[in-house]
Write a protein that binds this ligand. Structure first.
Ligand code: FES
Length: 174
């Protein structure tokens, strides 16, 4: 599988504006994680979770690093990264809003919620607002079917979503 690199990785030693770890430090931490977990069966998903926690998302150069350190093809890492919705290959916003489109939420207006959020935020599904505040995503059942439609704001479940509630949720994120 041919994996395209859309943009070059940030140069090592580049610190972000908030004073977090530098690029080099993050990559070194990911290398440590791979070394620590590489011999555990089925460790790839766990390593990718940790790598995403360290880096924030999983761009291709991070996937390449993981593949190289695990001695597996990049296509294998790419396949897992793109299969699971909780992994992202692009930077996410400060608030990740994931609308449930499982059956219960779908029949109770999940798609309308997606449309409304898309209009309000001015982004499509899978996109992040230009200010880096919100990322709009969809996902399957989040276990709140009895109080559908539901969505997640980062890890927090919001149940029985309606337009008023949606506005309040967005206002709380400001
Ligand atoms: S279908 Fe949405 S919470 Fe289950």
């Amino acid at each position: 599988m041919q994996v395209q690199v859309s943009s070059p990785p940030p140069s090592p030693g580049t610190a972000c504006a908030c004073g977090e770890a530098t690029e080099a430090e993050k990559l070194a931490r990911i290398t440590e994680v791979v070394e620590a977990f590489r011999d555990k069966p089925g460790s790839l998903i766990q390593i990718l979770h940790l790598a995403q926690g360290i880096y924030g998302y999983l761009p291709i150069h991070v996937q390449r690093l993981v593949a190289e350190k695990l001695d597996v093809p990049v296509s294998e890492v790419w396949g897992v990264t793109t299969f699971y919705s909780f992994f992202s290959t692009k930077p996410r916003g400060e608030y990740s809003i994931r609308v449930c489109l499982g059956t219960a939420c779908y029949v109770r207006g999940g798609v309308e919620i997606v449309k409304r959020l898309s209009q309000t935020l001015g982004v499509g599904v899978g996109e992040t607002t230009p200010d880096g505040k919100f990322t709009l995503e969809v996902m399957r059942c989040i276990g709140a079917c009895g109080l559908a439609p539901a969505l997640l704001v980062n890890d927090k479940v919001v149940r029985q979503v309606n337009p008023d509630k949606l506005n309040r949720v967005l206002a709380l994120c400001e």
